[in-house]
Design a protein around this ligand. Structure first.
Ligand SMILES: Nc1ncnc2c1ncn2[C@@H]1O[C@H](COP(=O)(O)OP(=O)(O)OP(=O)(O)O)[C@@H](O)[C@H]1O
Length: 274
């Protein structure tokens, strides 16, 4: 569990995050939404320990997250950042093995190799094992990075409820099939007890995969709650300055959001014809 206590983050007098308090629960996928520049990546960097809040505190379990060593953090949380280097001079298998670095000192053991193999299979990147990472497409690179974070989290002596997975726009370059694969994997880990937080831009993927949604605007919390509590036209208008319609179909247990501007003017046409 991650407990965020009244955190703010300021750069050059600018408040990028403003007095945020919330809890990320094990067993749940918490999706962070908000327009460009809302502060989502900054928040994730603070939750990962990469950046320190200028005010407030983040607890990982009972521990102050920003007092944990890099090694301690590496065993408890894995992060897929928005900007990862695309020019790394490694083959894909080596990139995924990087996820195992916290688990061995000199040479990877047989179990590390087995885990790398398994995670590459899970993200369907095994055919790229010996390929130079630089030669992959954006979506393929993202899948390799996802395999790396999955490999990092595999550990037998730490309970899953103590582990955290943080993903910053993991599906941005993926096609629709791999978006589903990637977020299903995140959901599966949540169901095993992991605390999972994912930044997304696609409201419909959020509707499909989130247990909880945290909606930000200009570094402030607009609202946080279940999918149907948050994905309401009024909150979306407040956060994105955009009108949406929320559709419900009996066959689906999540809502579908469409831009209101593209609604056919059925009512108007009828009234014109009458
Ligand atoms: N070091 C910095 N100096 C100045 N401004 C910064 C710095 N870091 C972040 N910002 C600003 O803080 C705001 C939040 O940035 P952040 O990357 O967290 O946004 P985001 O919600 O992830 O956006 P996006 O959806 O575009 O990825 C942006 O306006 C950004 O320009």
């Amino acid at each position: 569990m991650i407990t965020v206590q009244n955190i703010s983050y300021k750069v050059a007098q600018k408040n990028i995050l403003n007095k945020l308090s919330f809890v990320l629960r094990p067993g749940e996928v918490t999706v962070v939404l908000g327009q460009n520049g809302a502060g989502k990546s900054t928040l994730l960097k603070i939750l990962s320990g990469e950046q320190k809040p200028t005010e407030g505190k983040v607890l990982l379990g009972q521990d102050d997250l920003h007092r944990l060593s890099f090694q301690q953090l590496a065993h408890k949380r894995a992060v897929l950042s928005q900007q990862y280097a695309t020019n790394l001079p490694f083959v894909c298998e080596e990139i995924v093995m990087m996820g195992r670095y916290p688990h061995f000192s000199n040479k990877p053991a047989a179990i590390d190799k087995e885990i790398v193999h398994q995670c590459m299979e899970e993200m369907q990147v095994s055919p790229f094992a010996g390929r130079s990472y630089q030669t992959l497409s954006g979506g393929e690179q993202q899948r390799v990075q996802m395999a790396r974070v999955l490999a990092q989290l595999k550990e037998h002596n730490l309970h899953s409820h103590k582990k955290v997975l943080l993903l910053d726009e993991p599906t941005a370059s993926m096609d629709c099939l791999y978006q589903q694969l990637c977020l299903s994997k995140a959901k599966e880990l949540a169901r095993k007890g992991y605390t999972v937080s994912v930044i997304l831009h696609d409201l419909n993927l959020a509707a499909q995969f989130a247990d909880t949604i945290l909606l930000l605007k200009q570094g402030r919390l607009v609202t946080m709650g279940s999918v149907r509590e948050v994905l309401q036209p009024a909150f979306i208008a407040q956060a994105y300055d955009m009108e949406v319609n929320v559709l419900e179909y009996e066959e689906y247990d999540f809502p579908i959001l469409v831009p209101a501007a593209h609604k056919r003017k059925t009512v108007l046409i009828r009234s014109v014809n009458q």
